[in-house]
Design a protein around this ligand. Sequence first.
Ligand code: SAM
Ligand code: SF4
Ligand code: SF4
Length: 333
Amino acid sequence: MVMEDIYHRPLLDLRISVTDRCNMRCRYCMPREHFDDNHEFLPKDDILRFEEIVRVVEALIPHGLRKVRLTGGEPLLRRDLDELVRQLRACSEDLDIAITTNGLLLNKHLSNLHEAGLSRVTISLDALDESIYKSMGDTVASPTVVLDAIDAAQNIGLPIKINAVIKKDVNDNQILDLINCFGPRNIPVRFIEYMDVGSTNDWNLDHVVSAKSMRRTIEQHFGTLQANQPHHASDVAKVYSTTSGWKIGFIESITNPFCGDCSRARLSANGSIYTCLFTDKGHDIRGILRMDASDEEIAEAIRSIWLQRNDRYSEKRSNQSKKAKVEMSYIGG
Ligand code: SAM
Ligand code: SF4
Ligand code: SF4
């Protein structure tokens, strides 16, 4: 039986953070002054083992779960991630298994992940310009590493999407270059409005470029954008096509929130369920997983959390933006 929250939103999609660590320090996500050498990442014993993650997914599939997304932190820092993909694939042939990665380690793991049954990959790339990329990600890595991984993923036949967070006066000049780079290769680019996740990125509305204004800029260069019909009501991106058929998505959490159809739960690396990206309260399920609970008991525990869910943060943002929120690198983007 499908699980529904108090607004009748089903639980269809589980984002699984497999680590809270990352090999980048994007200014908008893990600013180095907060995530420095003194930062205490989760201890190894607290982190869910693959078998425990699989138990959660197995328990939820009969209740409507159709998609999982492996994320973090940087999911490819988790050793043998392909083994998790293999175990998840064994749960169901039909499960959509996606990963969101910064792409720096993707080339190395690509064929193993593909063979294990990964369905798709979303690669975050905020800029093609080397110096903008380096300063946004606070990294010495070059975007060419990510571009090589994108080539390899395309050659192997894995469906790809590109995510770019757009920050005003930082990388808004990259929008057209990203479209020109990926449009002709039929790789959809999704522009994300800079969000007020967590409490460390010093978010301010003045740093946000609205999707509407991005579309205005894009239309000046590529002509009128045609809105596509969503595949599912719960799709996070609003997708448009250029006159040449290139797909461009917008994740407009700030200016056009989509809480009404939000069917996403998050499982943190240490085994807590979060019912909204912008909450500070997780519900521990690692305890029952480590007490050898049955599938029914795991599903029942999650159902009781989901039944009480009334999150609509993005729709009520203006009067809540000062509240404490968990970091995105911890619960998974
Ligand atoms: N490390 C992986 C990556 O960067 O793809 C996965 C985790 S990351 C938290 C997931 C997504 O969240 C990335 O596409 C990232 O750009 C996005 N993200 C992180 N902080 C954000 C913010 N403040 N506003 C909007 N998107 C953000
Ligand atoms: Fe790491 Fe991804 Fe956050 Fe950047 S957005 S700091 S790559 S977790
Ligand atoms: Fe879903 Fe929370 Fe985002 Fe609204 S703010 S779309 S409820 S995660």
